[in-house]
Design a binder for this molecule. Sequence first.
Ligand SMILES: Cc1cc2nc3c(=O)[nH]c(=O)nc-3n(C[C@H](O)[C@H](O)[C@H](O)COP(=O)(O)O)c2cc1C
Length: 349
Amino acid sequence: MFYSLLKPLLFALPPERAHDLTIQMARLSPALGKASGCELDVRLAVNVGQNRWGFPVGLAAGLDKNCEALNFLSHQGFGSLECGTITLKPQEGNPKPRLFRYPQEESLRNAMGFPNHGLLAMLPRLKLFEKNIPLGANIGKNKDTTALESIDELNILFESLQSEVDYFVINVSSPNTPGLRAMQEKAYLLELFTTLNQNRSKDLFLKIAPDLETSKVIELAHLAAECGLTGLMATNTTIMPERGAGGVSGRLLTKRAQSIQSIILNEKLPIEVIGVGGISETSDLFDFWAMGGKACEVYTGYVYQGPSLLKKMKKDVLKFLAQQKLKDLDSFFALPLLDRQESLREFRE
Ligand SMILES: Cc1cc2nc3c(=O)[nH]c(=O)nc-3n(C[C@H](O)[C@H](O)[C@H](O)COP(=O)(O)O)c2cc1C
């Protein structure tokens, strides 16, 4: 209700201005997050790595880059939050305009380039987080850092944030930082994970691009398993040069992200696969479950639909559990994949 009143005003502004204004409102009035959000339901909680998400839909990275609105967002109905991308030093990001809307297609295109206030600004803000739901930190390298230097840089971020967050996501898949996607190379990642694993107590995910070759996706999935990572986040935004520079998210990304998720899930590796990319309604969540996935994250769907997206998903999932006579999502995910697929098919008919 609240968001449906606010949205026309926000959408009348340039996208980044609307985003910044929303974050500032959320920062100043965390109570509004609760008033406009929905409560979590114990029946809908799931285990993701070492953490218990209150709902299998979390907030993806990039919305609260500077950890300013966490106490607002943690009451919206998400099962987890991911802040960042955080870099070691503050940086401005790419020149504006760098965020564009495609309202007909419920999609966005961004070429932000990790604008953020840097590690030191985040630490005190993270201390103020209520810690009512799991919090992930998405970390990345500064624009002017070489691949070689980035291992030290990411390790500093990792060690400094380890006591403040519940999981980490290494972002080497943004299309907006020159040379970053080249860091999806095996030799580089092997060295990076070996370094981070030396002193790791928290879950660790690698976030990958949707524009990789199938063989590359399979290679990265196996690498994640071999290095003992918690899992992969699939995917970041996709390149669509015909639309302009940067990466596209939202419904225009759904199919591409799903095909990457399905490649990884088909490998049946002992890793979590967090589905990200164009999840915009409950049927997208059910599609992901039918492929063998469990938890996912959203960004663009939340921009277009606000907390009602989460309310609707929650209602649909409770209806699904009731119809299938399942007491909770744990019981659902304890079923073999074929049985899960069958119950989803039955419900959707
Ligand atoms: C404006 C904007 C900024 C983003 N910034 C980041 C970022 O800093 N780090 C990151 O890993 N992903 C970032 N993303 C990607 C999202 O986390 C997500 O992977 C992508 O948008 C696909 O999900 P969606 O279709 O639900 O939006 C950003 C996305 C958008 C739209």
